[in-house]
Design a protein around this ligand. Structure first.
Ligand SMILES: Nc1nc2c(ncn2[C@@H]2O[C@H](COP(=O)(O)OP(=O)(O)OP(=O)(O)O)[C@@H](O)[C@H]2O)c(=O)[nH]1
Ligand SMILES: [Mg+2]
Length: 254
């Protein structure tokens, strides 16, 4: 359970986010001082790492581009190895507001059975940045599919603004989906009998740089995540406690 002695880590995955990453780091330091901050520079070709360091973050530099899943999983391994109690993902493009981290922490404090708390842009009253219509349709379709599988409603399954406890950190340090990981990660959490909740947050348009979700990649995104949901549904898994080594038969879904 989160107490005054708990330790918190903010992981900022960043790929060519030189125009925004320093502001994100500074905002984390000012508005969420209980969090240590690392930026995982995912093989950027611009000055992302230099600007993050100059703004006061610890920087983990990946030698080449792994994609969002690999960058965030690096954060989980870092958090696990250093024994952090909680880890949050905050994107390097300025879409997530560090001032809202208190809400995520309050939710996990209020219910110690939760393993992940996710910021949802669709639970706010004013819904200022719901994402473009095409993206929104995809998100609602994934939410619909997940709602058939899970025993709880999920409104924003593609949100990366998520706070994890040690059980979830241990699970995802061992295995995290590679690209467009957020929807599959919700399914993994469910398969491993971990619990999640959503809290309303504001999201902003990205502050610069380029999105990973181009028009051409959108179709791939939809197909990949839909197939992953289907396969996830068909896999039978033995319940494995996070931290416990996964038996070979369980990891193969037998
Ligand atoms: N594009 C991209 N982003 C990465 C990669 N590795 C890490 N990231 C970071 O992962 C975070 C989320 O990626 P985004 O491209 O913003 O994904 P998104 O927020 O779903 O898409 P937008 O709403 O268009 O910003 C950002 O902070 C990226 O800098 C990568 O290989 N490609
Ligand atoms: Mg983004």
């Amino acid at each position: 359970m989160a107490s005054e002695a708990s330790t918190f880590l903010a992981v900022v995955p960043a790929y060519n986010e030189a125009s925004t990453v320093a502001a994100v780091v500074r905002s984390l330091h000012e508005r969420a001082p209980r969090f240590d901050v690392i930026v995982v520079d995912d093989g950027s070709t611009d000055d992302t790492a230099g600007r993050a360091e100059a703004a006061g973050a610890a920087v983990v530099r990946l030698p080449f581009n792994l994609g969002i899943g690999g960058a965030v999983q690096t954060g989980f391994v870092y958090a696990l190895e250093r024994g952090y109690d909680y880890m949050v993902q905050v994107d390097g493009d300025g879409q997530h507001d560090p001032a809202e981290l208190d809400k995520l922490v309050a939710a996990i404090r209020a219910d110690p059975t939760l393993d992940m708390v996710c910021g949802s842009r669709f639970l706010t009253d004013d819904n200022r940045y719901p994402a473009p219509i095409s993206r929104r349709t995809g998100i609602h379709l994934f939410a619909f599919a997940l709602n058939l599988i899970l025993d709880q409603p999920v409104s924003d399954p593609t949100s990366g603004f998520r706070l994890y406890n040690r059980r979830a950190i241990a699970l995802f340090a061992r295995d995290y989906p590679h690209d467009y990981p957020e929807v599959e990660a919700v399914l993994m959490l469910h398969a491993h009998r971990l619990r999640m909740a959503e809290v309303p947050v504001q999201m902003h348009p990205r502050g610069g740089g380029r999105s990973s979700i181009t028009k051409a990649r959108s179709a791939y995104y939809m197909i990949k995540v839909s197939l992953a949901l289907l396969v996830g549904l068909m896999r039978r898994r033995r319940v494995v406690e996070p931290g416990e080594p996964a038996p070979v038969s369980a990891s193969r879904g037998v």
